[in-house]
Design a protein around this ligand. Structure first.
Ligand code: HEC
Length: 160
């Protein structure tokens, strides 16, 4: 009898927490501010960014079905808001040039080190798993732009 009550209690709690739903809306943003519009982005690199980074570091998050279920939904929402706080590729163009270069250098580092994308993410998203060759390519793309010749003091606002 006791076990039955305990299970019913858990079930009730599980149903109750479903009502606490994280906000999945994203603000409208100008697509020309997206990193792939601001920087010269080969299709292969753009595809890697989309597959491996955008879910947490942009306003173009694709939510999986389990993002509807608490408490997983809370955990994902936390990753996404923290990820966007650090780097948001959707608003890359709105950042001052110096900051952009810093972000690019950081991105190159975390990709090369295999720190990003997060392991808990690639576990559920096989399409986000980068081979050593892909890592090298993506990190190199980031670092090339981070070492932009115009430098942070450069006046030019065009693609670099
Ligand atoms: C599952 C969500 C997720 C994905 C996918 C993801 N990140 Fe992150 N990223 C985070 C979170 C959360 C943080 C902040 C906490 C941390 O550093 O672990 C972060 C932090 C960062 C930082 C800042 C690191 C620092 O030390 O401050 C950079 C740069 C970064 N990510 C780049 C990337 C790049 C590039 C990709 C794609 C190759 C990527 N991330 C994929 C969630 C993600």
């Amino acid at each position: 009898m006791r076990l039955k009550h305990l299970l019913l209690g858990f079930l009730g709690l599980f149903i109750l927490i479903q009502f606490i739903r994280p906000d999945k809306s994203a603000p409208t943003f100008a697509s020309k501010q997206d990193i792939s519009a601001v920087l010269e982005t080969p299709a292969e690199v753009g595809a890697m960014l989309k597959a491996a980074c955008y879910d947490c570091h942009s306003y173009q998050t694709r939510y999986p079905w389990y993002a509807e279920i608490a408490p997983v939904s809370w955990w994902l929402a936390n990753h996404i808001s923290e990820g966007r706080e650090h780097v948001n590729f959707s608003t890359f163009g709105a950042m001052p040039t110096g900051e952009r270069l810093e972000v690019l250098a950081e991105c190159s580092e975390v990709v090369l080190d295999g720190e990003m994308p997060l392991r808990s993410y690639t576990w559920m998203h096989p399409e986000a798993r980068l081979s050593a060759e892909q890592r090298r390519l993506l990190a190199e793309w980031f670092s090339t732009h981070a070492n932009w010749e115009g430098g942070p003091e450069g006046e030019e606002e065009d693609k670099y």
